[in-house]
Design a protein around this ligand. Sequence first.
Ligand code: CAA
Length: 688
Amino acid sequence: MTEPQSGKVSEIILDTPPVNALGAGLRRHLLAAIEAADADPAVEAIVLRGAGSVFSAGADIAEFAADDMGEPWHPLVLDRIEACSKPVIAAITGVCLGGGLETALACHYRIADASARFALPEVTLGILPGAGGTQRLPRLMGAREALAMMTGGRMIDAGQALALGVVDEVVDGDVAAAARELAASAGRPPIRRTGALPVPADLAEAVAEARARLPVAALSTAPARIIDSVAAITPDFAAGCAVETALFSELRTTEAARALQHAFFGERKVSRIPGLARDVKARPVAKVGIVGGGLMGTGIAIALLNAGLSVIVVETRDDAREKSRETAAKAVERDAAKGRITQTVAESRIAALSMAAGLEALGDVDLVIEAVFEDLAAKEQVFTALDRIVRPDTILASNTSTLDLDAIAAFVADPSRVVGLHFFSPANIMRLLEVVRGAATGPDVLATAMAFAKRVGKVGVVSGVCDGFIGNRMFEEYLRQAYFLLEEGALPQGVDRAMERWGMAMGPLRVLDLAGQDIGWAIRKRRAVEQPDRPYSGIPDRVCELGRFGQKVGRGIYQYPDGRTAVADPLIDDLIVAYSQEIGVERRLIEDAEIVDRCLLALINEGARIVGEGIAYRPVDVDMIYLNGYGFARERGGPMFQADEIGLATVLEKIRALAAGRNGWAWEPAPLLVELAAQGKRFADPNV
Ligand code: CAA
């Protein structure tokens, strides 16, 4: 951090790998360095840059959870930079985010190279830019653009930053050298303090527009507070900053902020595989075969093409093969038409896709993903054939969501090469990838699967083998409660509305209509044989007996007059009421709070069982599955995060109360929950 002097230029380097996060230590150094340079009569100008390939990813997010965020307070450091009596030039390469961008905004001049990327993504963490960002950025780029950038967490590139006035210059080549040269020259930029710039002319109008766009109900108040903070801009910069600081402190401790920060770290934590030896290396994956060109196989192909991989889709039926190719090509072309990618990139992606009628085409791929019909005999055929055809080092993955991965692995001579890659539909959109670790899956195969997940932009979470893996196994208990609520007095629209208001993207009954009621019916029939002591409500079966298989046929628990919008159906309400009567249940008024409690507690209890059994490595893995695959609001953090919010002793108490009630057999508390509650612990404790 002691900066090399180059002539009369002092260079201050942000150097806390990997992303130069501005933790208390770095802020202390920064303050000391700027004061020293300002006081040194030999120094005429200062260059501030990041070490390595980034400027700074902003504040150290881990500090937000601490009671004391450490001294010195970031805004204070930035005010000192801005007040410096010598020109301070920020030389920006790579990411310049959050407090990193706020630091650059406090400098007097900003030069970037083409790799620079700028954002104030605090809103995604449930907070606001608390180091002067809401006061300085609008002064530079106008309130409308700044509000859009801050409330959306939008990232802009060097060209856009130049056009919008965020940076003063974009250079080719070594930006630090360019900044040093400029600082040393007679034509060095004058001191221009962003905080002293006039109030943006569009302030009042932009604030009113942004307020009008706010959703009526939102789980995070961060967007609203960002607007409030911008609205506080006046010629008195310090007064605006005081409002910003107060709003930042208010947001920092909200449930949404804690949940969103849990999600940020959780998505990174799940990629760490406990017990995996350090020397285990992922195998390179460039060419992937997909067996089955149905909806799922095609979705997977699109996701892989978008990640720049080379893909061969094997589909035996000519018409399905052609349809798969067309769908994939159209998806890529749509991205080009919308300007998300260039025409050249689109062409190279389409060229990276080939289609084949037989498995023989997969002789030279690095990974095969099987996505054929969910039937063990069909899987056997595919895997025994693949065993003959592919290279010995090719990894064989199954996309099964319901079958025993170990049974599938037994179809090949070396089961260590088999892993589960459970994509969620539509596979090119959903971020979750459950990576299923079979009993024999090799450590490097697992590591490859996780690296592959990251490569294709997914959040990979490891699950052990069990029926339904992590996500669907929990979902089954959640649905069980949703159905019981119907027979006790709730109606579908009431259950869904309560869960959606609370934070699920879609209520449980609408999800079932979307997934297809026939799929749930098949599972329930299987369960009736496997688990006769764990009966379901008969209501969804009655719905299926009417041929109402969900949205795809225009009718399920709801009706879909326009093919998409779920509309309550009096016929189903009558069916439910009649069913309650038939089984002798006196219907009662069920409040939203009870609906949410029962559905959420079912997820928590099964999640705890899954962690206790070692199917999930950690509670956070369960949470990341729910956030990325099941529409659980990020601002709610996931079921296990919620359990900690409620307190495990209270969770257990509620579960025990339910166990004493109707269908109490479904509420046997998970052993891990009992154990942790007794020890006064939380799921977030590191040793859980
Ligand atoms: N604070 C603490 N740790 C951070 C961090 C931050 N701001 N940004 C990244 N990290 C950590 C990650 O947790 C990860 O750690 P592990 O290796 O231990 O898991 C490591 O740095 C590398 O990060 P990624 O795995 O995400 O690497 P990537 O190359 O895929 O992405 C990135 C890099 C684009 C910077 C991405 O990490 C990112 O978006 N970071 C967060 C940026 C952000 O939100 N900044 C705003 C902070 S809030 C703020 O600044 C408030 C304020 O006003 C003062």
